[in-house]
Design a protein around this ligand. Structure first.
Ligand SMILES: [Zn+2]
Length: 146
């Protein structure tokens, strides 16, 4: 399962990136709307949004700062959700007193893990990337939070 291998290396990057990330804006309900994630030579701005119909789904649009302006992050796309987006979700969770306790290949993978005692009391969510105005449901990453 290559997607799992990819995810495991992204997991490590998420932890490091989240420590350096900063919240840029929140909505009236206190939910984080944008997070700046620094990188080696530039930074990413991750825009987070939710649908009223699917409150546990977070849509993440990752934009990279360049000399010509903000462009879509290449890590966010049809096969993967970039670690900047995952770091932004983690920061957003912490901002409202929650904590992301696990990342999974997809929602089903997360559901299977809910059987484990260590995840008792956790809720399941998913992160869906958005690129140039389009959400890419196939690339969803599951996460557990409490
Ligand atoms: Zn990104």
């Amino acid at each position: 399962m290559t997607s799992r291998l990819n995810l495991s290396s992204r997991r490590q990057n998420v932890t490091a990136a989240a420590q350096l990330a900063t919240v840029k804006s929140s909505d009236k309900l206190g939910r984080v709307r944008s997070v700046e994630v620094p990188g080696h030579h530039t930074y990413r701005l991750v825009l987070l949004s939710r649908l009223d119909s699917a409150p546990n789904t977070i849509i993440a649009e990752c934009l990279m700062q360049t000399k010509i302006g903000m462009i879509p992050c290449k890590g966010n796309g049809r096969t993967t959700t970039c670690y900047h987006s995952l770091a932004a979700v983690r920061v957003a969770a912490e901002e409202c007193g929650a904590r992301v306790v696990g990342w999974f290949a997809d929602e089903k993978d997360a559901e299977r893990s809910l059987n484990l005692k260590q995840f008792a009391g956790c809720k399941i969510g998913r992160v869906v990337p958005k690129i140039v105005g389009k959400t890419i449901n196939k690339s969803a990453v599951g996460f557990l939070w409490r």
